[in-house]
Design a protein around this ligand. Structure first.
Ligand SMILES: CC(C)(COP(=O)([O-])OP(=O)([O-])OC[C@H]1O[C@@H](n2cnc3c(N)ncnc32)[C@H](O)[C@@H]1OP(=O)([O-])[O-])[C@@H](O)C(=O)NCCC(=O)NCCSC(=O)C[C@@](C)(O)CC(=O)[O-]
Length: 395
């Protein structure tokens, strides 16, 4: 068996991901397990750092109102979602997607987005006036109206969203075609980019690999959307693996198409769902391709109300654990990440008593402090969340 990743070799050399002395093909250097194949025991050098973009408070929780018991949705107050975002920022995630300025009747769990940011200002105190701190909180906006509302609420980092599937565009934002969705996203990006206070505009392309209602999608449509979003002012293009069907091969196709469209690797991010257990493999391939911006959701929560069958996002705890093992720094504080994961877990499971206890622990300065900082302990948190789902759904 030989697993070939056809990485653009020269590009990798230029970025220093492979040894300059290597005379090997990229595939040979990467995975070379075939019998009779020369045995190389060197993996390509990963980047030294990866930015973790935490999406739990938005992507992780947005599905909650559709749960069979509505216990948790009653607890998803703007304050509690803000508190989760705050804990994740305290854990030093690079960015934290805190809320979505969308129609509240379409995504009830995201109601009160402006209030989320008000609470964040209070929680941050003086730090809220520091541009670099405040810009780490991101709001998702689907159209110009959403962008205007976010800017009115003082948000400095926005994420716009488009897709490359007519069926998903129709369900997600109500447009007939994905090109119409792209137009909405570009309008939102332009609105954001024109505002002097806005520092970051992430441009999501949902269904970059496959559509939950359709079949596989096309790399050339992804590249077309990416170029349009970049022209509209997006500072980063994020490949959204909406239903978890991304593969390393499709990833490479997309990244190659984006490179041909003129996008540098350091302006590309990835957002994997773990429906088929492929998320970390895809992260590994992303790092090898020079991508250093990775989305994840604490406790592995996630899913999209408009993507039936898609399960949670890649768990942040798993990503941090993986990065540590690969010698890639994330800057994340494992203890604090664990604390945030417990809080997210309690929110998703509707465990009011635990929420109150954790909030009190924070006031007492006990949450996420003390003990050791062994990131390996993050795994049971994600696992606990996973075990809680069947109970919650009465399975
Ligand atoms: C996109 C819309 C808003 C279009 O909704 P619409 O009904 O087509 O909008 P409209 O322009 O026709 O306006 C109708 C009414 O909605 C209002 N409106 C218009 N825009 C907004 C707004 N932004 N926020 C609040 N209200 C809004 C507007 O003001 C008007 O109010 P009225 O005058 O009738 O009182 C709607 O379809 C919607 O909210 N969809 C939900 C989208 C969503 O949140 N999807 C999940 C996130 S995407 C995702 O999870 C994927 C991702 C990012 O994680 C990556 C991946 O995995 O692929």
């Amino acid at each position: 068996m030989m697993f070939q990743l056809r990485m653009p070799f020269m590009a990798s050399l230029q970025r220093g991901h492979l040894s300059r002395n290597s005379h090997l093909s990229a595939a040979g250097v990467f995975f070379s397990y075939g019998p009779g194949h020369s045995c190389f025991h060197t993996l390509p050098l990963p980047p030294s750092h990866v930015n973790i973009n935490e999406v739990g408070p938005r992507d992780g929780l947005q599905n909650e109102s559709s749960c069979s018991d509505n216990r948790s949705s009653a607890l998803l107050t703007p304050y509690r979602r803000a508190f989760l975002a705050f804990l994740l920022k305290q854990a030093n995630c690079h960015t934290v997607e805190a809320a979505a300025f969308v129609r509240e009747d379409k995504v009830p769990a995201m109601a009160g987005a402006a209030q989320v940011f008000e609470h964040l200002r209070t929680l941050e105190g003086e730090n809220a006036n520091k541009r670099d701190v405040w810009a780490r909180y991101v709001a998702l906006v689907p159209n110009r109206k959403g962008a205007e509302k976010a800017i009115d609420a003082g948000v400095n980092s926005l994420a716009v969203v488009t897709c490359v599937s007519d069926a998903f565009a129709n369900k997600n934002v109500g447009t007939k075609t994905w090109q119409d969705n792209l137009r909405l996203a570009c309008e939102a990006a332009t609105t954001a980019a024109r505002n002097a206070d806005v520092q970051r505009v992430r441009g999501y392309i949902s269904c970059s690999f496959a559509c939950p209602y359709d079949t596989l999608t096309r790399a050339e449509d992804v590249a077309h959307s990416a170029a349009a979003l970049a022209d509209a002012g997006c500072t980063e293009i994020v490949l959204g693996d909406t239903d978890g069907r991304a593969s390393v091969r499709r990833l490479e196709e997309n990244v190659t198409a984006l490179s041909r469209a003129g996008l540098e690797q350091d302006t590309i991010g990835v957002h994997f769902h773990d429906t088929f257990g492929q998320a970390l493999a895809n992260v590994y391939a992303s790092l090898a391709l020079g991508i250093t911006s990775v989305d994840a959701s604490c406790a592995g929560l996630g899913g999209c109300p408009f993507a039936p069958g898609a399960t949670g996002n890649l768990a942040t705890e798993d990503l941090a654990f993986f990065a540590e093992g690969a010698g890639v720094s994330t800057g994340v504080d494992a203890r604090r990440l664990l604390a945030a994961g417990r809080y997210a877990h309690a929110l998703a499971c509707g465990d009011e008593r635990l929420l109150v206890k954790l909030e009190q622990d924070w006031r007492d300065g006990k949450l996420g402090s003390g003990g050791d900082a062994d990131v390996a302990k993050a795994r049971p948190v994600a696992g606990r969340a996973a075990r809680a789902w069947p109970r919650k759904l009465g399975m």
